[in-house]
Design a protein. Structure first.
Length: 164
């Protein structure tokens, strides 16, 4: 009788730092990583909406993930970067930039190393969290990037940049 190999389902994530925490997003949604570039501030946007950047002729809104998650603002360093993501907003793919303190690595996690988010004791809204990855003794907060960005916020930003 032949033994059947069991396939372990692995997923790849881009990990990055915000404050002292490690976060991750599905690598499939990451388009590119940029050094911090000039960001044009758009009036009357929430603090976490930093503004827009010109990415090869396209206008891309950028948010500060620290401020979006209620973390304290921090001084910019040379490690800061903008993670350019493809976000699904109601079936339409939108390109968005997310400011992070530093990018760490692309990490492959087996499905059994990812647990559901805890119900209590999280600073972040649990709807933003897809799961908790564990590597060695460190937890990595895996974000559901599609839920972080609301279509209303991005529509408001897009409308105001057209009139700017």
């Amino acid at each position: 009788m032949a033994m059947q190999a069991t396939a372990v389902n692995h997923q790849q994530f881009l990990t990055f730092q915000l404050a002292a925490e490690s976060f991750a997003v599905d690598v499939v949604q990451v388009r590119e990583i940029l050094d911090v570039v000039a960001i044009t501030r758009v009036p009357q946007m929430p603090d976490y909406m930093l503004g827009v950047i010109n990415l090869r002729g396209s206008v891309v809104p950028v948010i500060d993930l620290r401020l979006k998650f209620g973390l304290p603002a921090a001084e910019r360093t040379r490690d800061n970067c903008v993670i350019v993501l493809e976000v699904d907003l109601g079936g339409e793919v939108t390109v968005v930039g997310a400011m992070a303190d530093a990018v760490q690595e692309v990490l492959e996690l087996p499905a059994d190393a990812i647990e559901p988010p805890p119900r209590l004791g999280m600073k972040l809204k649990s709807e933003f969290i897809r799961g908790m990855g564990k590597r060695d003794e460190q937890f990595i907060i895996i974000l559901d990037i599609n839920r972080i960005f609301s279509s209303d916020e991005l529509a408001a930003l897009s409308a105001s940049e057209v009139t700017a």
